[in-house]
Design a protein around this ligand. Structure first.
Ligand SMILES: [Zn+2]
Length: 335
């Protein structure tokens, strides 16, 4: 990406091992993320450009001398962060805070260098022609992110849920909330094709209105009180304002859309006065992949339904355009 709206496909040096703990993974599927659209809107023009992409599944091509859990030929899932899976944060399951970790940023490509390969890569018993590839790719980001929203909000059979956002993360937050037992799931989104998929995933109600009108509708659906949990899957200020507008007293807001702001209301009228908890953050936690993978492999969930367009690498710039124009929900890339 060379600046807002300016995505190009270029030849760069091949991904290669740089440390004994690295692996090189040939990308079988990658995709464009809703969070890639933030720089697509705002990135200042740059002479050098930035490589893009943080979601991928693929086949290990080469491993460094210290790598022992994966080998050439293994099919693997990579979360959008890398980590050693051994430090004190990793042992607590918070792999995005790994002391040797970081975030991927070069996945929209033919191959990726994976640091900390032993900790990062999760093997999956599938071939490159598996029909499960789209669903497996959601374990790289959008499914584990939606799941993170539901887990950190404390969703279970007892809690009512509002999901804000009808992008891929919002729709998969619905799926995750349903999977964790929620019986009442209100999806706030205004694109009918998407909210219909949200109903497939488990939404019991859809509220298309936004702002005060949307808040009033959610409150009307919940006896005037709002829902125990709110999963905010957008990242813009109006979505945060909606979140504290629809959360029930004593409830929890979890934000997993990357916030496009640093300052926000937390005072008496928003969070403090009604004992609201605010949580959330990046959801690339390895235990989530291990927990959700069997459900994908055995067909109990089909998160790959969020992909509604496939392009090759040359089609990536048009993929950004199509997602930005909301012609496509989520674009799968087959290099
Ligand atoms: Zn670690």
């Amino acid at each position: 990406m060379y600046g807002a709206g300016d995505v190009r496909v270029e030849n760069v040096p091949d991904a290669a091992l740089q440390a004994p703990t690295d692996a090189v993974v040939r990308v079988v599927r990658t995709c464009v993320c809703g969070s890639d659209l933030h720089p697509f809107h705002t990135m200042p023009a740059s002479a050098g450009g930035s490589p893009m992409g943080h979601e991928f599944i693929g086949v290990v091509e080469e491993t460094g001398s210290a790598v022992s859990t994966v080998k050439a030929g293994d099919f693997v899932i990579a979360p959008f962060a890398f980590f050693d899976n051994t430090c004190e944060f990793c042992r607590e399951g918070l792999t995005t805070s790994c002391v040797h970790g970081g975030f991927f940023s070069t996945a929209q490509a033919e191959a990726v260098r994976v640091p900390q390969a032993d900790g990062t890569l999760v093997r999956a018993p599938v071939g490159e022609d598996s029909a499960l590839l789209p669903s497996l790719l959601t374990l790289s980001d959008v499914l584990i992110t939606g799941h993170h929203a539901a887990v950190t909000a404390g969703v279970d059979a007892r809690t009512s849920v509002t999901v804000i956002g009808d992008g891929a993360v919002g729709l998969l937050a619905v799926l995750a909330a349903k999977r964790l037992g929620a019986e009442r799931i209100i999806l706030m989104g205004r694109h009918k094709v998407r909210t219909d998929l949200g109903r497939d995933f488990g939404a019991t109600d859809v509220v298309a209105e936004r702002g005060d009108e949307g808040i009033a509708q959610v409150r009307e659906l919940t006896g005037g009180h709002g829902t125990h949990t709110v999963l905010e899957c957008v990242g813009h200020m109006p979505a945060y304002e909606q979140a504290y507008g629809v959360v029930r007293a004593g409830g929890v807001i979890s934000r997993v859309g990357v916030p496009q702001y640093e300052e926000a209301a937390v005072g008496f009228g928003s969070l403090f006065g009604r004992n609201i908890t605010l949580t959330g953050g990046p959801g690339a936690q390895r235990p989530y992949i291990e927990e959700l993978l069997p459900d994908v492999l055995e067909g109990r969930i089909e998160p790959g339904k969020v992909f509604d367009r496939t392009v090759d690498l040359d089609g990536v710039p048009d993929g950004y355009r199509a997602m930005d124009a909301r012609e496509a929900l989520k674009v799968l890339v087959q290099p």
